[in-house]
Design a protein. Structure first.
Length: 273
């Protein structure tokens, strides 16, 4: 059986909002598997946040930017150990230098970005150099991009969170800004219901059934209840079906249609420390 440390319990508590003993018991039951522990807590009806920690590093700078032609947006996260370093001007400058290289070179993935030139060395080697200078672990934890006829970007105050979105046509700046701010605020997992993986759907149905049975519902009714809860899950977690944060009487799909009947989101990304 895996040894459950106090730091493991604290990490799960931060991820889920559940109590310390609940987290410890869930980790013990899952033999230290965090994903399984989260599911155990959800099935027991514990308070669980919809989002999970994206990376092990707890601090850093998340930045995003659009290319000069406005058809591609990039987001990266440069991670470190402490908030003190994350707020340092030189650290944020380093993050933005990597971002500029990502925009200019358009690498396919994170591994390719790490191999790009950085003043005669590679980004990967420069990160190692910066680790020695700063005195704590530095890691390029995330890189992704979206493309479209136009793109929008957003960086939340303090560089802890950023979002990007692509559109099928040139979009009004205010419309684009509202979309990326929605993504930042509401953390959708997919664009629409059809984009949610079957694995996630099956898991939500299973959790919905178990909760209904625990509430005393018969098995045949629990199935119907779980499907109702699945529809609620789609409304809360898919971008087009979410309530617009500025007007909860409208969905994002409604908002886009009012702005331009032909406007579509081609893709989006979100990353937060």
């Amino acid at each position: 059986m895996a040894k459950i440390s106090a730091s493991d319990v604290a990490k799960l508590r931060k991820m889920t909002g559940s109590g310390m003993m609940d987290c410890k018991n869930a980790l013990t039951e899952s033999n230290g598997d965090f994903d399984e522990a989260v599911d155990i807590l959800r099935k027991k009806g514990q308070k669980v946040a919809g989002k999970r920690a994206d990376r092990d590093a707890s601090e850093g700078a998340v930045v995003s930017k659009a290319s000069t032609d406005g058809k591609r947006a990039v987001i990266i996260s440069l991670n470190c150990e402490t908030d003190f370093v994350a707020k340092n001007d030189d650290f944020v400058k380093f993050a933005n230098q990597i971002l500029e290289i990502a925009i200019d070179k358009n690498p396919e993935n994170l591994d390719a970005l790490l191999k790009e030139d950085f003043n005669g060395t590679t980004i990967s080697e420069e990160i190692i150099n910066q680790t020695g200078v700063i005195g704590e672990k530095v890691e390029l934890a995330y890189y992704d991009k979206v493309e479209g006829e136009s793109v929008s970007t957003y960086i939340h105050m303090g560089n802890k969170l950023a979002s990007i979105a692509g559109f099928n046509k040139v979009v009004d700046d205010n419309v684009g800004k509202d979309v990326v701010m929605q993504i930042a605020a509401m953390s959708p997992i997919a664009l629409d219901k059809g984009d949610v993986s079957q694995t996630i759907i099956d898991k939500e149905v299973e959790i919905g059934k178990e909760l209904a049975i625990q509430e005393g519902k018969p098995a045949d009714l629990a199935e119907k209840i779980s499907l109702g809860r699945l529809n609620k899950f789609f409304k809360e977690n898919t971008l087009l079906n979410q309530q617009w944060v500025k007007d909860n009487k409208k969905t994002i799909k409604d908002f886009l249609k009012e702005a331009d009947a032909e406007l579509k989101i081609t893709g989006f990304k979100r990353f937060g420390i």
